[in-house]
Ligand binder design. Structure first.
Ligand code: FDA
Length: 531
């Protein structure tokens, strides 16, 4: 034992001693060899910088990964200019370091800031400009901007334009658009990636390319093929969508005693079939005795956005979903941008500026998993979910987002996000807790795994599909920084991308043949006979 401790101490000392020169050489390489834009202020933060820790932790959404000390970057680069990103890529290759690109830092498994081999982070926190062109109905957004900043900037120019992306305002554009990205407008306009029309990317050779220069195959791959696979995407040109001046929102809560199971069961037949202007999602919440609330709560919320007024919504609901008993007084009319504040969970009357808040609203330790449902789940199976929820002592959540509408019209292969016609809804399972410790965390993770097992007979099969933006390393991983073979990577690739997986691997072969951009669940190279 003593010898092991001595050996570990020597290894730590050696790695510390050798890591310093690499950091200095890296800085030198950045500023001279590749003629990076040199600044009078710092953009390279090594481990001994006083700002290193706060910068590293600044956008981490899942503090479960905060103590993963062994996987910290050698340095963090915070570029302002494309030449600094180019230099960071080329210098990382020169010194055989891996790169993790971070935009909003919301990756569920921490893949934008953790790595098991020596690495640097390129943190796009300073690349967050947004230029909205209302006449052309488009916007250019840098990857480091957040969804909240995008919604705010659009609203400052127009209250009748919006963008179909996620609900949480602190999510980064870079990761979100790379994996698909959906929210309350998904039934009307598809996922965020469906609405991307151009992009700037820096490839493995440090070349800056737009859509024309990168070619249609790579442009296809970056719109939903998952972040961190093909290069660093600096900015995206998106198509804005038109929204009415006034929209309607409601949240109707129901308990088990108020027929929650029957309503969920009925919802499955209605929500994906309703008019595409109406999005009704379900949030099932179970709060256990050990949570900060301290008492058991189990309820279901029917949480909705309607692209129209209350007068049109009520007859539509009475005709299609009378069982919910929606009344005009449950509903509120507001602008579309105000609805983004509502869905983000800010209090009523909050100013638009809350969308610019960097403070993460939902920061807590969590583990999540996802499914897609293709056949309505039987009522007795829904009742079983309540029993499962009783077993979790902290906070358990299931969010069910209906598809249908525009999602049925977009073909599975138009962009790599493949979950289209035939999917009634997506489920996100989540468990959250506050307490520290490995034992606590395994208890909660084991619970969510058992819920996932319970759901097996009721969700999509061959493959059991999953959403790459709800990253789940339980599906499989590259081991110890080594890349999985194509066959091994199919464990997650088939689930995230279905028939698009092979095409993504073919693009990978072409644009990153040495597999420089990789992570625990990256797109592998295609084996020789299939190229
Ligand atoms: P982060 O910076 O962690 O990056 C995620 C991945 O993309 C990493 O692999 C990273 O290396 C890579 N990457 C990041 N920037 C890149 C770039 N510029 N170029 C290349 N690769 C890049 N999703 C959804 O569809 N709808 C929703 O409503 C929500 N809501 C939501 C709420 C909360 C609280 C969380 C934590 C997450 C969500 N999500 C979501 C999931 C979210 O879409 C997903 O986690 C995104 O990947 C986050 O993007 P970030 O840029 O923030 O992550």
């Amino acid at each position: 034992m003593k010898q092991i401790i001595v050996l570990i101490s020597i290894l730590i000392a050696v790695s510390w001693a050798t890591s310093r020169p690499i950091q200095e050489e890296f800085r030198q390489c950045m500023s001279t060899q590749f003629k990076a834009y040199t600044r009078s202020f710092e953009i390279i933060f090594p481990r001994n910088s006083s700002l290193y820790s706060s910068l590293l932790q600044s956008t981490i959404q899942n503090p479960r990964w905060l103590n993963a000390t062994t996987f910290k970057p050698l340095l963090i680069v915070t570029p302002f200019h494309e030449s600094e990103v180019q230099a960071a890529i080329l210098c990382s290759r020169k010194y055989d370091l891996q790169i993790r690109v971070r935009s909003g830092g919301h990756d569920y498994e921490g893949l934008s800031f953790l790595c098991r081999t020596p690495f640097i982070i390129i943190d796009l926190i300073n690349m967050r400009s947004i230029e909205v062109d209302i006449k052309e109905e488009t916007a250019w957004i840098q990857s480091g901007a957040t969804l909240g900043e995008l919604y705010y900037t659009i609203a400052k120019k127009s209250l009748v334009h919006g963008f179909p992306a996620g609900l949480c305002p602190t999510v980064g554009i870079g990761g979100h658009l790379s994996g698909g990205g959906f929210g309350t407008l998904v039934r009307k306009f598809g996922v965020a990636a469906d609405n991307v029309v151009d992009a700037y990317l820096i490839d493995v050779n440090g070349r800056l390319v737009d859509r024309k220069a990168m070619g249609e195959e790579l442009f296809w791959a970056i719109r939903g093929g998952g972040g961190g696979n093909f290069g660093v995407i600096l900015s995206w040109k998106i198509k804005l969508v038109r929204v009415p001046k006034s929209v309607t929102v409601f949240t109707v809560p129901r308990t088990v005693e108020q027929s929650a199971s029957e309503l969920i069961h009925r919802w499955q037949y209605i929500a994906p079939e309703m008019h595409e202007d109406l999005f009704i999602r379900i949030v099932i919440l179970g709060v256990g005795e050990k949570s900060s609330k301290g008492k058991r709560i189990d309820n279901v919320s029917f949480n909705s956005l309607f692209l129209g007024g209350i007068d049109s919504l009520i007859p539509l609901m009475n005709k299609n979903f009378p069982e919910l008993g929606l009344k005009a007084e449950d509903c509120t009319e507001m602008t579309w941008v105000e609805s983004t504040i509502y869905f983000a969970g800010f209090p009523k009357g909050s100013p638009l500026e809350v969308l610019l808040d960097k403070e993460q609203l939902y920061k807590s330790k969590f583990k999540a998993k996802s499914d897609f449902v293709t056949e309505p789940i039987p009522k007795n199976a829904i009742e079983g979910i309540w029993k499962m929820f009783q077993e979790e002592e902290e906070i358990a959540i299931m969010i069910m987002d209906p598809f249908g509408g525009k999602m049925n019209e977009i073909l599975e292969f138009e962009v790599p996000f493949p979950h289209r016609k035939g999917n009634l809804y997506n489920i996100q399972y989540m468990v959250k807790w506050d307490e520290d410790g490995l034992e606590t965390s395994s208890r909660h993770v084991n619970w969510i795994r058992s819920l996932y097992n319970y759901m097996t007979p009721f969700v999509s099969k061959f493959p059991r599909a999953a959403y790459v933006n709800y990253r789940d390393l339980d599906l499989g991983t590259n081991k110890n920084g080594k890349t999985a073979t194509y066959r091994e990577a199919a464990a997650w690739g088939d689930k995230y991308f279905k028939d698009n997986f092979k095409r993504l691997a073919r693009v990978k072969n072409k644009v990153d043949p040495e597999n420089f951009f990789r992570n625990e669940q990256s797109i592998p190279l295609l084996p020789e006979p299939w190229k």
